[in-house]
Design a protein around this ligand. Structure first.
Ligand code: ATP
Ligand code: MG
Length: 564
C-alpha cells in the first residue's frame, strides 16, 4: 500500500500525486482561471448515494480543500419523472455525514431552467438549433452507427423564425409529449455520435419536484450539465469515464454560447467486488424487498454503510487508498473492510457479548456472590479507561466454546480441561447436563480462586481464553450478522439477481451482552471480543437492543498484502 501521511484532522492523503492533482497544479502554475480551483459534486436526485459516489465526493471536496478552492453541491435534476425530494434530503445528509461542507453553495440545475431556455433561443437565432418533428424512434434511426453516417432530419433547415415560433409553442404546452424536440445543429456525419444533432429539449408534461408545473419542456442532461458547470464558474469538472465521449459536445455548447469553459476531467468509476453499484439495480433491490430499504446494512449505499457501523473516517480513508484511476477496475471489498477495522481498532470499546449462549455453572463459587472485575476498555487507547464486569455463579459462554468431544487443536472448554475466562478466573469443566434428547443444557465447572485476573497465579499457562457474561447481569439483545449480498465477485451480468446470496442476513435473538451495553444508543460502535465490530442499529431501544455486525475481526486484506 502507498505510504500515508496523516493530517491533524484525521483524514489521510496519499503521498504521491494522482493525475488530477497534477493537472490542477499545472493550471495553478499557469495562473489559469486566475488561480481558482472550483469543483462540484453533481448527483441526480434519483436514488440514494453509494460508495462510488463517496469516492467522487471525497475527490471533489478533497481537491477543493487541498487547493484552497470551493466545491459546490449541485443536484442535476433534469428528469422530473425519476426525481424526488426524499433523494435530495438523503444526499445532503450523506455528504454532510461524510464530513464535507458545501456552505451556501447548494444549487439545482432546475434553478437554471430560464437561463438554459434563453441560451437555447440564442442558439436558434444563430442557426445552431432547430425544432425537429421526428419521433424519438425516428431520431434514433437517423442517427446512424459508429460505422455509418447519420441522416439529416427533414426539419433541419427550417427558418429561424419558424424555429423560434415552434420552440415558444413547445414551451407553452401546445404539443403533446414526444411530438417535437429541439436539437442542436452540428454534424450528422460526425464520428462521435453525441455530435449528430443531439436533442436539447423534449416535451414532457410532468410535474417537477422543484419547479412544479411551470415547465412542460425539459432540458436533456447533456444540455444542462456543462452549462450548469459554466454558470457556477466550475474550473475542473470531474466526472466518470462514460462522459469522455460527451466532452466534445459540452465544449461545443459553451463555445457556441461564448460562456465560461470548465475543463472536464474523467476518471474511472469505483467498482467493488460482491456488490452492484448501479442506482437502477439498487432501486430494484429496494422495490422488490430483496433488502429492507436503501439503508439496509447489506447495501453499498452510504446510508447502508452508516447503519452497518461504518465511520466517515473509514470511508474517507478507503477513498484515499483506492486512489484515482484512468481505467476501469474492480476494488476488493476486503479493502473497505480493512479501512473500517483500522479505524474502529483505535476507537471502539471492547465489550463481551455471547451470541449463542450456553449456560455454565461454577459449582464451587458461593451462591449469591458477585464480584466486580476490572476490564480494559481499549488496549489501543489507555485514555478510554477501565470498566468493571460482574462475575457470579452462573455464566453464559458461546456454544462454540465448548465441545464434549474436542476436535484436534481445540483449546477452548472441554471435559476435564482448563480454560481462562477473560478478566476473570481459570475454570475447569467437571461434567455436562443434558436434556432428554441428549442436547447439552448446562456445563458444570469449578473455578480456581487463586487465578483471579491480575494475580500471580492468573498467569498460569492455559491454552485458551474465552469470553463470557454473568447470566444474572447480562442484557438480552438481537444481533444481526451479515454476509456479502452476492455470491460472486462480479455480479454484473444479466443474471445478477440469481447471484443474490440467500444467507446474507442471520438474525440471532436471545443473545446476551454485558451490563455496560444496557444503555447504548443507535450508531454507537463496539468491538465484541473475539466476534468483530458491532454497531447499535437505528431501531435499537433500551428495551429491545439490536446490534449489527459491521465487520469481523479476521483481516483478509492484511493477509493479501502480506502474501504479495
Ligand atoms: P445515473 O445512472 O443515475 O446517472 P450515477 O451513478 O452516474 O447514476 P449520478 O447521480 O449522476 O449517478 O452521480 C453523481 C456523481 O457521482 C457523478 O459525477 C458521477 O460521475 C459520480 N459517480 C457515480 N458513480 C460513481 C462511481 N461508481 N465511482 C465514482 N464516481 C461515481
Ligand atoms: Mg450520472
Amino acid at each position: 500500500m502507498k505510504e500515508q501521511i496523516t493530517e491533524p484532522n484525521n483524514s489521510t492523503i496519499p503521498e504521491r500525486k494522482h493525475f488530477i492533482q497534477e493537472i490542477i497544479e499545472e493550471d495553478l502554475r499557469n495562473a489559469k482561471n486566475n488561480g481558482r480551483v472550483h469543483t462540484r459534486f453533481p448527483p441526480e436526485p434519483n436514488g440514494y448515494l453509494h460508495i462510488g459516489h463517496a469516492k467522487s465526493i471525497c475527490l471533489n471536496f478533497g481537491l477543493a480543500k487541498q487547493y484552497n478552492g470551493k466545491c459546490n453541491l449541485r443536484f442535476d435534476d433534469t428528469n422530473p419523472t425519476k426525481e424526488e425530494q426524499e433523494y435530495v434530503d438523503s444526499i445532503k445528509k450523506d455528504v454532510r455525514w461524510l464530513g464535507f461542507d458545501w456552505e451556501e453553495r447548494e444549487f439545482f440545475a432546475s434553478d437554471y431552467f430560464h437561463q438554459l431556455y434563453d441560451w437555447a433561443i440564442q442558439l436558434i437565432k444563430a442557426g445552431k438549433a432547430f425544432v425537429c418533428d421526428l419521433s424519438g424512434e425516428e431520431v434514433r434511426k437517423h442517427r446512424g452507427t459508429l460505422t455509418e453516417p447519420g441522416k439529416e432530419s427533414p426539419y433541419r433547415n427550417r427558418s429561424i423564425e419558424e424555429n423560434l415560433d415552434l420552440f415558444e409553442r413547445m414551451k407553452k404546452g401546445e404539443f403533446p409529449d414526444g411530438s417535437r424536440t429541439l436539437r442542436a445543429k452540428i454534424d450528422m456525419n460526425h464520428p462521435n455520435l453525441n455530435m449528430r444533432d443531439p436533442v436539447m429539449y423534449r416535451i414532457l408534461h410532468a410535474e417537477h419536484h422543484r419547479t412544479g408545473n411551470e415547465w412542460c419542456i425539459y432540458p436533456m442532461y447533456d444540455w444542462a450539465h456543462g452549462e450548469s458547470d459554466s454558470i457556477e464558474g466550475i474550473t475542473h469538472s470531474i466526472c466518470t469515464l462514460e462522459f469522455e465521449d460527451h466532452r466534445p459536445l459540452y465544449n461545443w455548447y459553451v463555445e457556441q454560447l461564448g460562456i465560461h469553459h470548465p475543463q472536464q476531467i474523467e476518471f474511472a468509476r469505483l467498482n467493488l467486488t460482491y456488490t452492484v453499484m448501479s442506482k437502477r439495480k439498487l432501486l430494484q433491490l429496494v422495490e422488490e424487498n430483496i433488502v429492507n430499504g436503501w439503508d439496509d446494512p447489506r447495501m453499498p449505499t452510504i446510508s447502508g454503510l452508516r447503519r452497518r457501523g461504518y465511520t466517515p473516517e473509514a470511508i474517507r480513508s478507503f477513498a484515499d487508498k483506492v486512489g484515482v484511476a484512468k481505467r476501469d477496475n474492480m476494488i476488493d471489498v476486503a479493502l473497505l473492510e480493512f479501512s473500517l477495522r483500522e479505524d474502529l481498532n483505535k476507537k471502539a470499546a471492547r465489550m463481551m457479548a455471547v451470541l449463542r449462549p450456553l449456560k455454565v455453572v461454577i459449582t464451587n463459587y458461593p451462591d449469591g456472590q458477585v464480584e466486580e472485575l476490572e476490564a480494559v476498555n481499549n488496549p489501543e487507547d489507555p485514555a478510554m479507561g477501565m470498566r468493571t464486569v460482574p462475575f457470579s455463579k452462573v455464566l453464559y459462554i458461546e456454544q462454540d466454546d465448548f465441545k464434549e468431544v474436542p476436535p484436534p487443536k481445540y483449546f477452548r472448554l472441554t471435559p476435564g480441561a482448563e480454560v481462562r475466562l477473560r478478566y476473570a478466573y481459570i475454570i475447569k469443566c467437571t461434567n455436562v447436563v443434558k436434556d432428554a434428547n441428549g442436547n447439552i443444557t448446562e456445563v458444570h465447572c469449578t473455578y480456581d480462586p487463586e487465578t483471579k485476573s491480575g494475580s500471580a497465579q492468573s498467569h498460569r499457562k492455559v491454552k485458551g481464553t474465552i469470553h463470557w457474561v454473568s447470566a444474572e447481569h447480562a442484557v438480552d439483545a438481537e444481533v444481526r450478522l451479515y454476509d456479502r449480498l452476492f455470491t460472486e465477485e462480479n455480479p454484473n451480468g444479466d443474471n445478477w439477481k440469481e447471484l443474490i446470496n440467500p444467507n446474507s442476513l442471520e438474525a440471532l435473538s436471545g443473545c446476551k451482552v454485558e451490563r455496560s451495553l444496557a444503555t447504548v444508543k443507535p450508531q454507537e460502535r463496539f468491538q465484541f471480543e473475539r466476534l468483530g465490530y458491532f454497531c447499535v442499529d437505528d431501531d435499537s431501544t433500551p428495551e429491545n437492543l439490536v446490534f449489527n455486525r459491521a465487520v469481523t475481526l479476521r483481516d483478509t486484506w492484511a493477509k493479501i498484502e502480506k502474501n504479495q
